[in-house]
Design a protein around this ligand. Structure first.
Ligand SMILES: [Zn+2]
Length: 140
């Protein structure tokens, strides 16, 4: 299980007081999920929510700012470019042509996102046996 979490201040849905909400993004068995939970100190309201694959965009942008933007780099396709292209197209729901362009780009970074998203994608591409590396995007 790969996971990362952070705390955001959100208004309580019951009383409007500011409540610390814990968000976590996880990858288990190659599938992304996220969850949110908070307990309001003002009124005792408690919420646990389990989300699907897509982290809410407003939360995802905080993960990117606080934890950095990460890239899945292709180091070596190990002679199995076609397998990698097909696996990448399937994982990202893009066309094989778009996947091929990413594989052939120099430097070849296959995708960009949160650390957990990239590590999850790396696992989903494992069957292609390419040499991959998750690296933090340089810059602020
Ligand atoms: Zn409350």
């Amino acid at each position: 299980m790969i996971s990362d979490g952070l705390v955001l201040e959100r208004a309580c849905t019951q009383c409007g007081a500011s409540a610390k909400t814990y968000y976590a993004q996880r990858c288990g068995d190659g599938a992304l999920t996220w969850s949110a939970s908070y307990r309001c100190d003002a009124c005792g309201n408690a919420v646990e929510a389990d989300g699907g694959e897509e982290l809410p965009e407003s939360v995802r942008s905080v993960f990117l700012i606080e934890r950095g933007t990460w890239r899945l780099m292709l180091m070596d396709a190990a002679g199995r470019t076609l397998d990698l292209v097909l696996a990448l197209a399937r994982a990202l729901r893009i066309t094989s042509k778009a996947a091929l362009e990413r594989v052939n780009a120099i430097p070849a970074y296959l995708a960009e996102g949160t650390n957990v998203e990239m590590r999850c994608l790396e696992r989903r591409l494992a069957s292609a046996e390419a040499r991959l590396s998750v690296e933090r995007k340089p810059g602020p």
